[in-house]
Every structure is written in C-alpha cells, then in structure tokens.
Design a protein around this ligand. Sequence first.
Ligand code: NAP
Length: 257
Amino acid sequence: MRLKDKVAIITGSGSGIGRATALLFGREGAKVMSMDILGDTAEATARDIKDAGGQADYVQGDVAIDADVERMVKTTVERFGRVDVLVNNAGILAVMRVAQVSEDLWDRIIDVNLKGVFLGCKHVIPQMMEQGGGAIVNTSSVAGVRGESNFSAYSASKGGVVLLTRTLAVEYARFNIRVNCVCPGLIQTPMFDRQLALLSDREKALERMKKTIPRRQIGEAEEVARGILFLASDEASLIMGAALPMDGGVWAGDPPW
Ligand code: NAP
C-alpha cells in the first residue's frame, strides 16, 4: 500500500482520470477527499471507495473559485486532520480554431485548467508546510508541451501548468513539498468520448487518431492514475518539477508510419 494513511485530495474525481486516480488511491490505503463541480459524481466516487473497504469523503466545488478551493482544503483538514497529496486534475476542453474562441470561453478554460491549479497549490501549500511536507501532482497534457492545431486555449492553459509546476517545485523543494505533473496523450474518458461524438465518422476518426500514437492504442484512465500514484508516493522522493509524458510515445517523436 503505497499511500497507507496518507490524506489525498483529487479534483475532478467524479469522472475519467480523476475518478480512476481516486479509486486507485483508495486501494493504496489513502484517505481520499473526492472533489468535483458536480457533487453527486464526487459523492459516487467516495462511495465506491468506501464500498471497496477504503476511506473517503467528498466535497462539491469549482476549482476556478478561490473560496471553493479554500473550503476544499479546510474541509479535508477538518475531516482527516492533514493533507499529504493534492492532485490538481479537474479540466475542460474545447477544440476549435483560435478565431472561433470567444473571450468568455478562453477565460473559462484558463480559469479552470490553469487558475484552478494555482488556487489548489496556493491553499494547500501552507498546510503542507505546517505539516513538514507533501506532494502535488498536476494534470497537464501532451498539448501542454507541443503545439496542437485547434487547441489554442487548452494548450496555453496546459503549457502554463507545466511551468507553474516547475516554478513551484523549485520554490518549495526545501520545504519537502514535491510538485510534478503528468502529460497524458489521448485517454479514453468521458471528455475524450464527448470530443469523438462531435466528429462525423466516429470509427474512422478513431482509427486516424490511433495512427498518430506510436503504440497505436488510446490510453486508459487507470494507466494515467498509476503515473499519478507514483509521483504522489514516496517512491518518487527525488522527482521534482517533472512533466511526465503518459502518451504512448507521442511526445517522444514522430509516429512510425
Ligand atoms: P472528464 O472525464 O471530463 O473529467 C473531468 C472532471 O472534472 C469532470 O467530472 C468534470 O465535471 C470536472 N470538472 C470540470 N470543471 C471543473 C471545475 N471547474 N471544478 C471542479 N471539477 C471540474 O475528463 P478527463 O479526460 O478525465 O480529464 C481529466 C484531466 O486530464 C483534465 O485536466 C484534462 O485536461 C486532462 N487530460 C485529459 C486527456 C484525455 O484524452 N482524456 C488528455 C490529456 C489531459 P463535468 O463533467 O461536469 O465537466
């Protein structure tokens, strides 16, 4: 049990990668605070952890709202006494050419994907410093380390997450707080399914997508969860400021045609 008795908050844990991470953390012995903008999905994840014999609770909130994130950390400390791990995972996506992106949509994507990570770190770091340390894992994207057509706001937000991660890693290393991020490629989640559903020929589009991945296979949420678990655990004690590609080889180079 790699997180035995550690207290972990996971944002966006009602669905996809966040849910898989929360369930895995629960199996690894963590006391999990499940957080999502939808209270019922956050609660369902917490319930599933408890049904499997783990410990969990949930809190509803919007990661882009300062008071909600402050309450998330406070509630966790009240409930479990401390916070050892924060996974800033909640995120949203819109795929369109930059000229079609409205100012409101740009602001919302940056607010959730980038400001949300800032707020999580801002509110949890004082608690971790008081305790003597902790680990933060942020969910960036392969779109945060390379350009992707039609992903302007999303890529900008996720690129910001990579550099925020590195900045906080060097700022807090001496306080025994490790900050890292994962950079998933295409992962089978409800977010992925929603994008696929917008395309005209779903099967053909899926085959085209697979050809852009060196391993020729879409990732599973559980595979990303295992990378997050490693970075959150003491096994990663020397790792600070990493942006771990979890993309079947996409970031490594051209796909093998
Ligand atoms: P998902 O299935 O849509 O799950 C994201 C969860 O976050 C949803 O429950 C969502 O609620 C919630 N959420 C959205 N905005 C929120 C907010 N403001 N405050 C709190 N919770 C919020 O997506 P996913 O694919 O698991 O994505 C998880 C993370 O991985 C995101 O940061 C995403 O950008 C990143 N990522 C995903 C992929 C991929 O291919 N799937 C690839 C690279 C990176 P709603 O459903 O109500 O929006």
